[in-house]
Design a protein around this ligand. Sequence first.
Ligand SMILES: [Fe+2]
Ligand SMILES: [Fe+2]
Length: 290
Amino acid sequence: MKAASLPRASVTPADLTITPRDRRFGRDEATPRWWHGNDPVASALYNALSATFPLGEAFFVESVRKFRGGADPRLAGEIAAFTTQEVIPSREHLAFNRRAADSGYDLTKLEERVTARLALLDAKPPIASLAATMALEHFTAILAHELLDDPRHLAGADPATADLWRWHASEEIEHKGVAYDTWLHATKSWPRGKRWKVKAKVMLLVTRNFVVDRTAGALDLLRQDGIVGARAWAKLLWYQWVRPGMFRKIAGAWAKYFAPRFHPWDEDDRHLIGDAVAADTTFRKVRRAV
Ligand SMILES: [Fe+2]
Ligand SMILES: [Fe+2]
């Protein structure tokens, strides 16, 4: 094999531990309809994200596990821990989505949109699903980083729900390299050019669908609050792109994905996990993947 086509080695930190923390959030009381600072726009955007998690994370797990054959023991262990770290948050977001439904929102259209997007991948080879998972895991990791790094994103939120988001964000950072390392393993015989082309093309598609679908989902929820038309668009776009501007703030980290030698652990941001969960001793550590 020529040097130019040698696979990029993983740079996942040698001392990384992926620790699924089995916790439950907000089960004892109703979650306010506008749980995020009594703001329908902020609540709509986070609710639109949460609506995707149960279906999306099941898809991530399935996509990664298809390629675990032949993985070295370390990667095999990380895939098992990743599986658990996706399954438990899915359970909690499902419970959260039920509370959103209890408060009067209908999430059906949002869930149908996710199902339709995922169905398109059924007709493609499994490596396409792994590439989509890798791209979406980059998205969740950079969203998680920004969420934990700037407390303004969850300022004013219902405390139990804010805890749910911070906990999930911490685990997304912790396992951010797993889908990527599985991709490196699955495509180790590919030329570097082909690898980059597929990775970049899928990221562009995923980005378009992510922004369009989450925006459509949030607009659907705002419509249920009687906020429609130009007013809904203006408020939502302001929230997404200006203040607090989550989408704008992750743009630089998003672009790094296209660097030929990118790896999610080029930036070690584990200090954010420590801040979010270190003080919490109530969780039950899960030893084995479910
Ligand atoms: Fe997750
Ligand atoms: Fe994840």
